[in-house]
Design a protein around this ligand. Structure first.
Ligand code: MEV
Length: 273
């Protein structure tokens, strides 16, 4: 029986998360951290849970046996697009002959399951790679002056992306959404702090992440969460930027913060081997 392997990149939203769900633009970059999914038909029907189970049922493949191996460099549930990478790699691996539009539709349904309501930005960057400006299902490839970033880990959120999107939906946040949209339209790295303030106003940043971000700002840098966020515990990965990178690295070292470095502009999803 044939084995199919697909790899898909993670992503960092540089500006515009949450507002993108309401039709505003977002700027997003694929990263060099990838998820590899290998599937093989098997005689035994296995029980899967969560997103994998939902995806198999959606594709009408849950009564068939599948060995699914997931090998990921993307931290799960930390704002780096792990659900979109998994959804994409699974659909591409299980339905290799399907047209791209059909694959995209399935991935959108899986992303809606994971996000409550998804804008489509994550699955689009995972498919395309590089850097994109995305709005309402449409995208433009762009180039940006930053090629890598330091991500500080504020801890895995207790909430799912769907819960955070739901939390925002219950607030009356149209003013902040519009302001986030305006930031994206005139984005430069100097707008990171302002974007973060608005994310704090819409209530998606927890206390731990806020205090880490204040410390980065106090040393002259800028930082923001880069996904759906979280309030009860961690808020996922924080994108940190400083002109004086040595000073930022020293702060991270002094505070003993877990962190990772990523390169932007990673390649989109692809079949391996
Ligand atoms: C999650 O990576 C980004 C959100 O804007 C949700 C979405 O766009 O689907 C929070």
């Amino acid at each position: 029986m044939k084995t199919v392997t697909v790899s898909a990149p993670g992503k960092v939203i540089l500006a515009g998360e949450h507002a993108v769900v309401y039709g505003y633009s977002a700027i997003v970059a694929a990263i060099d951290k990838r998820m590899k999914v290998t599937v093989k038909e098997s005689k035994k029907v296995q029980e899967y849970s969560g997103l994998v189970r939902f995806a198999l049922e959606l594709m009408g493949e849950d009564k068939r046996g599948w060995d699914i191996k997931i090998d990921s460099q993307i931290p799960i549930g930390s704002g780096l697009g792990s659900s979109a990478a998994l959804a994409t790699a699974l659909v591409w691996a299980i339905k290799p002959a399907a047209k791209i539009e059909e694959k995209d539709k399935l991935i959108k349904e899986i992303e809606d399951f994971a996000h409550g309501k998804s804008s489509g930005v994550d699955q689009t960057i995972v498919r395309e790679g590089g850097f994109l400006r995305f709005r309402q299902g449409k995208f433009k490839k762009i180039t940006l002056p930053i090629s890598r970033a330091i991500l500080i880990d504020s801890g895995r959120p207790a909430e799912t992306t769907g819960e955070m999107v739901g939390l925002v939906a219950r607030g009356n946040r149209e003013r902040q959404m519009k302001q986030i949209g305006e930031i994206v339209n005139k984005w430069t790295v100097d707008k990171i702090s302002l974007n973060e303030k608005l994310l704090e106003q819409i209530g998606v940043v927890g206390g731990k992440a806020k205090s880490m971000i204040r410390a980065v700002e106090a040393m002259g840098g800028q930082a923001k969460i880069c996904g759906a966020g979280g309030v009860r515990t961690g808020s996922g990965m924080i994108l940190a930027y400083a002109q004086n990178e040595d000073k930022l690295r020293q702060l991270i070292k002094d505070k003993n913060w877990p962190h990772m470095e990523v390169k932007f502009g990673g390649k989109g999803a692809r079949y391996e081997g």
